[in-house]
Design a protein around this ligand. Structure first.
Ligand code: NAD
Length: 259
């Protein structure tokens, strides 16, 4: 087990899905958490459950990551309460609606860009100076297999996730000298509320059939579980990771090798 005792970790999109699973995983290892989400009710429920289960310190900040002032706010609050930021899981993101490139709703397109691209950028813009002062930091940005290849009917998602991978490379080469390692993960289909919603869009009458069909295309014949992503993220956020920098790591059961 990788030791995260008293490490201060910010997680965005922490109320559910991958962010929530990472929060539980890291709390179990003794990390102090700053949990950020714009869904206040679900965020507080997640924080309460983690405090009750693991007894670890949990700060919550309700914030929309696409708003620069809100991002500056969650970073400031974390430093005010915990004094430092060891790890940053830059995870909040949305899928948007499924439609062809030409027919894509422009308002939805811009929203996906604001959250998935600008939200991830603002996060690094405000966290990196804190880590630079410390001379230490670990960042994990969340791309997707859609940041490695195309996905039919998901142009803004694919565009923004490729951008996350690109920004990760730049942060890695610009701040590696400061003891900061920045990586991205590229999850395949992991069973979270976001993916459940995607299967509903693919087959509104029978989302379970869409799920089963998708799983059959994976080398493991399974979809991934949030905890299987959390364990990899935990390693990348820890001091155990000493030399992995600027990578986009697929966590997809090997699916990306099929393309
Ligand atoms: P999810 O929808 O289950 O959870 C996302 C969380 O982020 C929610 O709690 C939501 O309230 C929060 N959030 C969304 N926009 C926000 C904003 N503007 N400000 C603050 N909080 C916001 O999604 P998930 O499946 O857990 O996805 C998490 C990340 O992983 C996303 O970036 C997603 O693109 C990426 N991803 C997921 C999968 C997957 O299979 N689940 C695959 C590839 C990439």
């Amino acid at each position: 087990m990788i030791f995260m005792k008293d490490k201060v970790i910010i997680i965005t999109g922490a109320a559910m899905g991958l962010g929530q699973a990472a929060a539980e995983y890291l709390a179990n290892q003794g990390a102090k958490l700053s949990l950020v989400d714009y869904n206040e009710e679900e965020l507080e429920a997640t924080a309460k459950s983690i405090r009750d289960t693991y007894g670890t310190e949990v700060l919550t900040v309700t914030a929309d990551v696409s708003k620069e002032e809100a991002v500056a706010g969650y970073v400031d609050k974390t430093v005010e309460v915990f004094g430092r930021i060891d790890g940053f899981y830059n995870n909040a993101g949305i899928e948007g609606k499924q439609a062809s490139l030409v027919e894509y709703d422009l308002e939805v397109f811009k929203k996906v860009v604001d959250i998935n691209l600008m939200g991830v950028y603002y996060g690094m813009r405000y966290v990196l100076p804190v880590m630079q002062k410390q001379g230490f930091g670990r960042i994990v940005n969340v791309a997707s297999v859609g940041g490695i290849r195309g996905v039919i009917n998901q142009t803004p998602y694919v565009a923004t996730k490729h951008a996350v991978s690109g920004m990760t490379k730049n942060a890695a080469i610009e701040y590696g000298k400061d003891g900061i390692l920045t990586n991205a993960i590229a999850p395949g289909a992991i069973l979270t509320p976001m993916v459940a919603e995607a299967f509903k869009q693919v087959n509104p009458d029978d989302p379970k059939a869409a799920e089963t069909e998708y799983a059959q295309r994976n080398p493991t014949r399974k979809l991934g579980l949030p905890k299987q992503v959390a364990s990899v993220v935990s390693f990348l956020l820890s001091e155990e990771n000493g030399y992995v920098n600027g990578q986009t790591l697929a966590i997809d059961g090997g699916e990306s090798n099929l393309y």
